[in-house]
Design a protein around this ligand. Structure first.
Ligand code: PMP
Length: 420
């Protein structure tokens, strides 16, 4: 295996290059969005400077060039997740948009009042609210699979809760709060026994795991480019061809039509049927540039490094008495959620921010999960492959200083009294 050089990898991210000490940033909020490498920025700039034209429509040279560089990325995305056909890759705005597409098109048309839609207690709001809406509109019942003490979807409970009423299963591959890999293959197999349709929210998994949709045998897999070093505003909906073909369009307008007359309209073939209007061309091209990071060899050594960092941070956090993890055990990817006893989560984030360390505090768009633990927020620290052991040490030192009360008067007075 080629060894991964974090120093070389970091060089690709201009925002991480320290200009001065006061500018120094330790970016530990990667589960929210990752930083962007120069190749992504350059690809976007190059497109606007040299290739800019709309795709799929004009008969001129620039449009042909734009279309080619745009469509090439579909093949790269297919390879990333091992889809069967290029037209199974639908460009969306991101994970949320992709789930909404499936909920509106599949959910509202194929789910009936006697059906059950099964999700889990650990879902992001993006994989709860669209299904609540479908349940309200169709009269279907929303069934919630519990997570166990380790934060993983409970398979024993799932065996009882997934029944012949289950029409749709939508669960996350890895939760953005818990950082553990869910047994999605087993859950999909369970749902398939009852001919249910399945969707996996891969927003957190895609940057850290090798995903093979054919091996998982899921019907849909969704993710966002911006959490895997790519641009914001673009994401992927993978769907099995036959299911996508059976579904009505989600949005209507240009691109998604074959023929329009005032007597009626016929729709385009996949994938265009689900890509109404001008797509995020530059976003897709930026995603294409960042997908080269995910070449098999680089990815294997990169995730190996991430695992070492993950275990190191877990050990270090475990040494701080006041750290209370939300769930037992080391996460599978470097996403750590905890509370610091005696401190309000927001205070901890504000203090760390004053030291140049960016973490997240709040409910992380998973209010039901936090509420089930009696919390209205936690601190979340999430790492990427450009983070270093040294950064972890700096972070731990600051957290210890906070716990030991080694703060200046100014820092002390900026902390509010922990009210919850
Ligand atoms: N699901 C999970 C597990 C996530 O972590 C996120 C982003 N935090 C989303 C869905 C939504 O992704 P986006 O905001 O890119 O649509």
């Amino acid at each position: 295996m080629k060894t991964f050089s974090v120093t070389e990898f970091r060089k690709q991210f201009p925002i991480l290059q320290t200009v001065s000490d006061s500018d120094n940033i330790i970016y530990f909020d990667n589960a929210a969005t990752s930083q962007k490498p120069l190749v992504v920025v350059n690809a976007s700039q190059h497109f606007y400077l040299k290739n800019n034209a709309n795709v799929h429509r004009a008969s001129h040279f620039l449009s042909a060039k734009a279309t080619k560089s745009f469509e090439v990325v579909r093949a790269k995305a297919l390879k990333l997740i091992n889809a069967n056909f290029e037209n199974e890759i639908i460009w969306t705005k991101g994970t949320t948009d992709a789930i909404n597409l499936v909920a509106q098109s599949y959910g509202l048309n194929f789910i009936k009042s006697t059906d059950e839609i099964v999700i889990s207690a650990g879902e992001h709001h993006a994989n709860i609210v669209p299904w609540q809406h479908v349940a309200q509109q169709t009269g279907a019942t929303l069934v919630i699979l519990p997570v166990d003490d380790n934060g993983v979807i409970d398979l024993n409970a799932a065996q009882k809760l997934i029944t012949n009423k289950c029409k749709f299963l939508a669960v996350n591959h890895i939760s953005n709060v818990i950082g553990k890999i869910n047994p999605v293959k087993e859950l999909i197999a369970l749902a398939k026994q009852y001919k249910a349709t399945t969707l996996i929210d891969g927003a957190q998994a895609i940057a850290h795991l090798h995903v093979d949709v054919q091996e998982l045998d899921c019907d849909f897999y969704v993710f966002s480019a911006h959490k895997m070093y790519g641009p914001t505003g673009v994401g992927v909906l993978y769907g099995k061809q036959a299911i996508l073909q059976s579904m009505p369009p989600y949005q209507f307008g240009g691109e998604m039509i074959k023929k329009v007359s005032f007597n009626g309209t016929s729709y385009n073939e996949l994938p265009h049927k689900f890509e109404a209007g001008t797509p995020n061309i530059v976003g897709v091209i930026g995603l294409g540039a960042c997908l080269d990071i995910f070449s098999d060899e680089q990815f294997t050594s990169m995730t190996h490094y991430e695992q070492q960092l993950n275990h190191y941070l877990y050990q270090q956090l475990n040494n701080i008495e006041q750290v209370q993890f939300l769930y037992q055990g080391c996460p599978d990817i470097p996403v750590f959620s905890f509370v610091l006893s005696g401190f309000h989560h927001q205070d901890v984030a504000t203090f760390l921010d004053s030291k140049g360390i960016a973490v997240r505090a709040g409910h992380h768009c998973a209010m039901p999960l936090l509420e089930s633990l009696g919390l209205n927020g936690s601190i979340r620290v999430s790492l990427a492959a450009y983070n270093t052991f040294n950064e972890v040490d700096v972070f731990i030192k600051q957290l210890q200083a906070l716990c030991l009360g080694e703060l200046s008067e100014k820092e002390q007075s900026s902390l509010s009294v922990a009210s919850d």
